[in-house]
Design a protein around this ligand. Sequence first.
Ligand code: GFB
Length: 391
Amino acid sequence: MESASDVWMLLFILCTLNTVTRTSKDDDQFVYDVGVKSTPQFVLSKPMRFLLYEVNPGEGFNLRRDVYMRIANLVLFLNKIEPWTLVLPPWDNLYHWRSPVEQSSLPWSTFFDLDSLNRHVSVMEFHDFLEDLGEDKKIDEVYYLQMYEEGWNSGKWRERMDIRPCTQETYFKQDESGHWRWSYWGFEGVYSTNFTCLSIQSESTHLVPFLTKNTTARAEELIHGEFSEWSTLYWTKEHGEAKGGPYLAVHLRRRDFLRGHKDSTPTLKEAARQIEDILNKLNLTTVFIATDAPKSEFKQLKSYLSEYHLKIFEPSDDLLEKYKDGGVAIIDQWICAHARYFIGTSVSTFSFRIHEEREILGFDPHTTFNRFCGSKTGNCDQPTKWLIQYS
Ligand code: GFB
């Protein structure tokens, strides 16, 4: 999907646990129990290494899902060389989560099926990882990824990485004993003994040589570009023929998008005009609205479309307590994914994930890869059609 490379500021946290023990023998492959919870068995004999990451604090749920895929693919490549487990960063009071329910330090199992994630690469929850660390919650190394101070230099993109002084104040602080500390999503007592800023201009999988050799040499010299991040993802069935329920679904992003993307985000009146147009073309009368708009804006939108049936998903208090804001967002996305036709908001990763679900479900791409046009433009470029390649 859309490149998130400009925003996936991450910190990598590396740790090695020497708790791998052999548990059984399968032909000539040894199967190892890695000594940690929620982690599948490995067939490698080297000690397990752990990769933990974090994303810029202000980023939202779907952008984080995108970053997860990038890091998971990095771990996939790391595992070709030695056994690595991806430690999942807890979900902690995200900026966009506004409901009053408690949403701090949430494990990934709140929203995702870990067994499914484990089928791609070995993952574990942060709290399980800490339990395995024991009393001394020491992490070996922290790399704080930053942009090059001088930008792209020659103005041309080229892969490179260098250990550099930190270009700005980071949220890691060193205590009197020299330990580097940060809040670690509300888990106390975690620290690292090494903290390094790494200027980076690179695709995630190009970190493989750096992480496996763990060198402090100029890492760009170690990079080679033969890996395609997605080359291991393939589909063997044919494209489906999903039709969807008899409703139009839209994802209408508001709030920070009205400031950050004001040219491509429509006014409510303009959105209503575009919704009405499509409803008439499709001969439909019902539209499902997924939105982060405040209630007052939804009311206003409704007033512009009074001849049609406008639906939103409003969870009861019990459901909200159970699913939290992240779960409610997934439900919104799932309803959008099953509509006859979908219109999203330009550059929203929330909309991109709906495109992806619909493409997987087998909808005609013309019913999926659509977006609202901003008020000024009238008509606009539609989203790139990221189609599954079936083999
Ligand atoms: O998902 P997300 O990364 O998508 O962030 P963008 C938007 C968040 O806002 C979601 C809420 O995770 C939800 O918490 N939200 C947005 C919604 N639309 C809806 C909706 O229709 N229904 C529900 N239930 N919730 C990026 C952010 O947002 O936009 C960045 O990740 C930054 O932090 C950037 O703000 C400008 O790609 O839309």
